[in-house]
Design a protein around this ligand. Structure first.
Ligand code: ATP
Ligand code: MG
Length: 414
């Protein structure tokens, strides 16, 4: 679990606000959710026989002996909130949410125990148009932020019925190579053979690579859905690769699954992952409701943005007010307030803790401000203030206090 330090928090805030801007431009509305839910919610939605539920959840009993879990992901909570608040009753919803998620994983670069996701969910839409829109929306983020080291993989997992015949084929195949399976996979063979496909064990990769693929078992409607998605992506000029091995690590997915992957961050390459979960709302007690969404890992997003040469625009103060001598500190404060009132968006840093002229000018320079405003006893008695440009070689000038706001407004907007 990491502290997000000031030197990087500005980049986080910049990226979060860009992404919020983009998803609202597609009509998605924010929903804020608790970070705790009943453990049962995650067991039922993500699936008992998954890495997350078997090994990764932070689960504890509260004072009333109820089993609670720190959320490992957001989709289950969004659906739960939709149901408990009646948001899914004869309505469609396009929602986004963001915040910390918790998984007890082996910490390493790009994989943390508290990490953050930005999450979008469209509930009540059958697609494939909405599947395409969600992908087009994520492509816009990469483009807007200059992220190019990223590629898209898509697949279809069909529906429960077609997956049943695929499941049989998998059981037959994996039973034939049972002596080469690891312990987890042998257990999963009986319980949830699909999960063997997302085994992270390198020794299992060859066996997994030779397994039957879901695309050969797709039902007609799922095949048409997948073709529909592909033609919309083609029309939008979005490149993708069909990866028939992409299954995703959660049980609730059906039909479309996709992942934006980068090679720029080492082995933790999944930056933004999503898919359709048409059965989940019903499974959690609602009426059958089609739904689809994606989640982006913010830590990986920030790292990829930087790996592609991205930098958040700096936000230094515009002016630094230095105050020297009797009465100048109080006057400096009043002036700073006046500037904040009158010059829209201005950032004013006020010298704190006194100090010599030299010390204050050093701090002014270090703050990154464009101008130092120098208020001394002499200036004060004349109703004027010194204005020294710190980033250019222009001369210091003296400005009448009553004109200061107007002059600064012009300087800063020019
Ligand atoms: P991975 O295959 O890397 O384990 P995942 O399939 O478990 O990812 P999801 O559950 O789909 O990931 O979560 C969506 C996104 O959240 C991922 O694409 C990734 O960017 C991010 N993510 C998942 N787990 C972590 C983690 N432990 N630390 C940081 N980011 C994570
Ligand atoms: Mg994982």
């Amino acid at each position: 679990m990491n502290d997000i330090l000031p030197e990087i928090a500005g980049t986080w805030r910049y990226l979060e606000s860009e992404v919020q801007d983009i998803v609202s431009s597609y009509g998605y509305n924010e929903i804020r959710l608790p970070i705790l839910e009943y453990t049962e919610l995650f067991k039922r939605s993500i699936g008992e026989v998954t890495d997350i539920v078997e090994k990764e959840m932070y689960t504890f009993l509260d004072r009333n002996d109820e089993s609670l879990t720190l959320r490992p992901e957001a989709t289950a909570s969004v659906v739960r909130a939709g149901l408990t608040n009646g948001l899914l009753h004869n309505q469609k919803q396009k929602l986004w949410t963001a915040g910390p998620m918790f998984r007890y994983e082996k910490p390493q670069k790009g994989r943390y125990r508290q990490f953050h996701q930005f999450d979008v969910e469209a509930l009540g839409y059958e697609g494939p148009d909405v599947d395409a829109e969600l992908i087009i929306m994520s492509a816009r983020m990469w483009k807007r932020l200059g992220i190019d080291k990223i590629r898209l993989e898509i697949n279809s997992l069909g529906v429960a019925e077609s997956r049943a015949s695929y499941r049989e084929a998998l059981v037959e195949y994996f039973t034939g190579v049972k002596n080469q399976l690891d312990e987890d996979s042998i257990r999963r063979l009986a319980q949830n053979p699909l999960r063997i496909l997302d085994s992270k064990n390198p020794d299992m990769q060859d066996i997994v690579a030779a397994a039957p693929v879901m695309l050969d078992y797709l039902d007609e409607e799922s095949a048409a859905h997948f073709a529909g998605l592909r033609s919309l992506l083609d029309a939008a000029g979005i490149d993708y690769e069909i990866n028939p091995r992409l299954v995703r690590g959660l049980d609730y997915y059906s039909r479309t699954v996709f992942e934006w992957i980068t090679d720029a961050l080492g082995s933790q390459g999944a930056v933004c992952s999503g898919g359709r979960y048409d059965g989940l709302v019903e499974k959690l007690g609602g009426r059958s409701t089609p739904a689809v969404g994606w989640a982006m890992g913010i830590e990986r997003f920030v790292a990829l943005f930087e790996a592609c040469g991205g930098k958040a625009p700096p936000s230094p103060p515009d002016v630094y007010i230095a105050a020297l001598g009797d009465g100048t500190v109080a006057r400096g404060f009043a002036l700073a307030e006046e500037l904040r009132d009158r010059v829209s968006g201005i950032r004013v840093d006020t010298n704190l803790g006194g100090g010599s002229f030299k010390a204050q000018m050093k701090r002014a320079d270090k703050s990154g401000a464009a101008y130092a405003l120098i208020l001394g006893e002499q200036e004060l008695s004349e109703g004027r203030i010194g204005c020294k440009p710190l980033r250019t070689s222009e001369e210091q000038e003296s400005i009448a206090l009553e004109n200061l706001a107007t002059v600064l407004h012009d300087k800063l907007s020019g």
